[in-house]
Design a protein around this ligand. Structure first.
Ligand code: PLP
Length: 385
């Protein structure tokens, strides 16, 4: 089978599984316990925190472990809003945030916070002019993803950080799709808080972090004494150690940059090869700055489920837009925000490449998929005439 759904999740690296197994069997004590085994677990937690901080360019105290990006996003948004000055009662989100994050945004009105959404252009890039108009002195929080999970489009984090800083607002960045795919440095990124999830970079599911700039106040959403009172609950030590191992196997800035270059070349070869064989191919955000391994496309107006069915026959795993919306027949809100009509949006297929993707995978797809789709496209063209 060929796995082209790395934006949904990634296979854990062997080093990750190995590191976790040794924690499950040998370091199962509670890191808050005063006895010997507990103190041993505490030391392992400290070592993982130090390794995580090194890999992400932050201080160990700036790492708040969570159960993943969804929880990190909730902690950042609710926690930073609760700690904001009373006259700041507005929040600004991009209109193409992850589905769960948009749901969270829509709940904020109940707490008396009004929310505005920054629109995107037709190529999926953020409308910076609109962002500048929306981010004023009454804004408490701006929340922006670093890279979109569907289109792969990179968002202008530095520019929005400057706008937020000028307005005195906090900036939260959901870097779930960015970290592991492109070089990242918390100290340099300009955000007050950054969300990440280990399973997007060969780590385990159910563990992630909120990186929180030292000195930034945040109201905890889960009460307890762990994580310096910022997130209560017994630490998920196997997950935390697994996440540190996943970050280490990325190979630092050089390793991430080299892999990004390899994936961009494979992605370009895939898109060019498909376009040559099937002129009805359309790739969204092709000219925009985007993640190296993400390709978001449609074959004419062939419904996504038809294309996915043919991919399934070839043992290729891919997805239609966001994984959580698969099975539904609603057009992707991201494509809708880009102004894409429903019949085109319902044809959207996402191929996302990753560390396990090889040149052979791409060559196989280029040889096997066009012959399956070509008759369908011809038939569709004939019935349209
Ligand atoms: N944010 C973005 C941009 C994502 O792509 C995802 C995962 O699909 C999430 C948040 C949620 O991550 P998790 O399910 O690990 O909490």
């Amino acid at each position: 089978a060929i796995y082209l759904d790395h934006n949904a999740t990634t296979p854990p690296a062997p080093a990750v599984v190995e590191a976790m197994m040794s924690v499950f069997s040998g370091l199962w004590a509670n890191a808050s316990s005063q006895h010997g085994p507990g103190q041993e677990a505490k030391r392992a937690l400290g070592a993982a925190r130090a390794a995580t901080a090194r890999a992400l360019g932050c201080k160990p105290v700036e790492v708040v472990y969570t159960s993943g990006a969804t929880e990190s996003n909730h902690l950042a948004v609710r926690g930073l809003l609760a700690a904001a000055a009373p006259m700041r009662r507005r929040a600004v989100f991009s209109s193409v945030e992850h589905a769960g994050h948009l749901k969270l945004a829509r709940t904020l009105a109940e707490g008396g916070v009004s929310v505005d959404f920054i629109p995107v252009h037709g190529d999926g890039t953020l409308d910076l002019g609109a962002a500048a108009a929306l981010i004023g002195p009454d804004v408490a929080l701006v929340s922006l993803m670093a890279a979109n999970n569907e289109t792969g489009v990179l968002m202008p984090v530095a520019e929005v950080a400057a706008l937020a800083q000028a307005a005195g607002a906090r900036l939260h960045v959901d870097a779930t799709q960015f970290i592991g795919k492109l070089p990242f440095d918390f100290a340099a990124c300009g955000a007050d808080a950054v969300s990440l999830s280990a399973h997007k970079f060969q780590g385990p599911k159910g563990v992630g972090a909120l990186l929180l700039r030292q000195g930034v106040c945040l109201a905890p959403q889960t009460l307890g004494s762990q994580e310096r009172n910022r997130r209560g609950g017994t630490e998920n030590l196997p997950g935390i150690v697994g996440m540190a191992a996943a970050l280490e196997q990325l190979g630092g800035t050089a390793g991430v940059a080299a892999e990004a270059e390899r994936l961009a070349a494979l992605r370009d070869a895939l898109e060019q090869g498909l376009a040559r064989a099937l002129p009805a191919l359309h790739v969204w955000a092709q000219g925009a700055p985007r993640l190296p391994g993400t390709s978001y496309l449609r074959f004419g107006r062939l419904p996504a489920e038809v294309v996915l069915n043919r991919l399934e026959r070839l043992s290729v795993a891919a997805s239609s837009g966001a994984a959580c919306s698969s099975g539904g027949s609603e057009p992707s809100p991201v494509l809708t925000a880009m102004g894409v009509p429903p019949d085109e949006a319902l044809a959207a297929v996402r191929l996302s490449l990753g560390r396990t993707t090889t040149r052979e995978d791409v060559d196989y797809l280029l040889a096997a998929l066009p012959p399956l789709l070509e008759p369908l496209l011809r038939q569709a063209a004939e019935t349209a005439v």
